[in-house]
Design a protein around this ligand. Structure first.
Ligand code: HEM
Length: 488
């Protein structure tokens, strides 16, 4: 990141296209219109004269449209824990389609941005070009912090010392502890066999509880998935610890209000104490067994984050079931893999999970906060600007991605998704999801055990997903599947 007198030139960040972790590194996306993105040379030259230009933002009508079509549906759904009623409304209205069209129109009228906004009395900027996503994510934690006021406010309700809201001096060793335990960067976790056994046991227990002809709905499924998450994080002895998950859910519901809701300190203390004791007892092969115990590393907060994040994984896997039962050719291929493949390596099933979070991202917006003034094209953004990346806009814009509305697992195998800086279901760069490999691994193993011996069918009112033209939103709470009897 080049910097001039304490001001960061965002254009120059990551233009070599190589992230420190090697991800998302191969070339520009082709996303930006010719001439719209200044090269570093252009910035150093004539464009620099224009750098002090006034920040021009959207007009009143555009701001109103942004608030009603983008911000409101995003916040109403619940950022940390989804609200079923709102999720159903958002799906019925295909609100994610509205996010894509609103942001596309803003880009057409205002250029590549980022587009300055005032949100709740603070400076914000809407990211509109995929190359700018890379600049932000690879410029983390300096000059773009992954913490930020809103995130700290939300997560302090249950994980005040988690890596993603850590101060710069604490971040490196907490990140290293997460990466070590989660084996970040390795497709197959070294304890994959243990994860496979846990996934298989939980899937069998769920199938047995459903019985022949049983209906798999969100409530039954998520109770089982929560138990799987506790098993994978702490070991089999934690499978029945429903209380910890319940406490977390209460605290997350408060977290939806960020710093507008006071922290329930007694509930948080009980929750973190339970997690801390579970970390102390972590069984060999569990994820928590790999966490650092060094002073200041707060393993209980890191594990608390994992339990929280496994909820997104639950949603992703349930929607993956909807993909696997769809009429798409991709579903057929993935189901063949299920029948034919032993062992841990299930590339098509992992790609199904990744498609699930591309098509219906569980992280609705990725945020960064600049810790000094930054320069983007002809605009200067003050320190403290909140940069907002709306995942759906980058993942589902058919004018950008020919496969935007298709189930296309192949894009995760042939490198197209990896090369596109706008595809960020797990984010990337130094503060990207540390679980981005262990999550698809765990889910692929769970899905295989769930589906291998049973002909799962989607039976809710909407029926199986079509072969192409997938809906912009998919309400996971409303999905229902049947498991016909073995003789059926
Ligand atoms: C479908 C499931 C999941 C998705 C889509 C997801 C996605 C994300 C995203 C978008 C971030 C924010 C990164 C950023 O701000 O740039 C993140 C952070 C993180 N995730 Fe996940 N995540 C999932 C599940 C998990 C699980 C189950 C774990 C642990 C077992 C995990 C561990 C982490 C950690 C440790 C961070 C913080 C990274 C940092 O700040 O350095 N995630 N995740």
């Amino acid at each position: 990141m080049a910097s001039t007198g304490g001001r960061a030139e965002a254009h120059t960040a990551g233009r070599d296209g190589k992230g420190p972790d090697g991800s998302k590194g191969r070339g520009a996306s082709g996303d930006t219109e010719p001439g719209a993105t200044g090269t570093p040379q252009a910035l150093a030259g004539e464009a620099k004269g224009a750098v002090e230009a006034e920040l021009g933002g959207p007009d009143a009508a555009e701001t109103a449209r942004f608030l009603s079509k983008v911000l409101l549906p995003t916040l109403a759904r619940g950022v940390l824990v989804r609200r079923p009623l709102m999720e159903s409304l958002v799906s019925a209205l295909e609100a994610d389609r509205g996010i894509v069209s609103t942001l596309r129109d803003l880009r057409e009228r205002h250029g590549d941005g980022p587009l300055p906004l005032r949100l709740a009395g603070r400076d914000a900027a809407l990211v509109l070009a995929a190359d700018d996503v890379r600049t932000l994510l690879e410029g983390t934690p300096d000059p773009f912090s992954s913490g930020g006021r809103e995130k700290r406010g939300a997560l302090s309700h249950f994980e005040p010392h988690a890596v993603l809201v850590s101060e710069p001096e604490e971040r490196p060793h907490r990140r290293a502890s997460n990466e070590q335990a989660l084996a970040t960067g390795r497709v197959l976790h070294p304890d994959g066999d243990v994860i496979a056994a846990q996934a298989d046991e939980e899937a069998r227990a769920l199938l047995a509880a459903l019985g022949d002809g049983g209906v798999l709905d969100w409530n039954r499924y998520s109770a089982s998935f929560d138990a799987l998450a506790r098993r994978v994080v702490f070991g089999a002895s934690a499978a029945g610890d429903v209380r910890t998950t319940e406490l977390l859910r209460r605290l997350r519901a408060r977290g939806n209000w960020s710093y507008a809701a006071p922290v329930q300190r007694t509930v948080r203390a009980e929750f973190l104490d339970r997690v801390g004791r579970a970390v102390d007892r972590a069984e060999p092969g569990s994820l928590a067994a790999g966490l650092s115990r060094k002073a200041g590393s707060h393993p209980e907060d890191q594990a608390a984050h994992w339990l929280f994040a496994f909820d997104a994984a639950a949603i992703a896997a349930f929607r993956s079931l909807a993909l696997l039962t769809s009429y798409s050719p991709g579903a057929h291929a993935a189901r063949e893999e299920i029948q034919e493949t032993e062992g841990l390596d299930l590339p098509l099933l992992r790609a199904t999970v990744l498609e699930s979070v591309r098509l219906w991202p569980t992280t609705l917006a990725v945020l960064r906060e600049s810790n000094r003034e930054t320069v983007w094209r002809d605009r200067v953004f003050p320190a403290g600007t909140a940069f907002v990346v709306m995942s759906a806009y980058f993942h589902r814009d058919p004018s950008r991605l020919p496969y935007a509305d298709e189930f296309a697992p192949e894009v995760w195998i042939d490198g197209r998704a990896e090369e596109d800086p706008g595809i960020l279901p797990f984010s990337y760069g130094p503060a990207g999801c540390a679980g981005r490999e262990v999550v698809p691994l765990t889910l692929s193993l769970f899905l295989r055990s769930l589906v291998r011996d049973r002909d799962l069918t989607r039976v809710d009112a909407r029926g199986p997903l079509p072969a192409s033209g997938l809906p912009a939103s998919l309400n996971h709470f409303a999905l229902r599947f049947t498991l016909p009897g073995r003789g059926a």
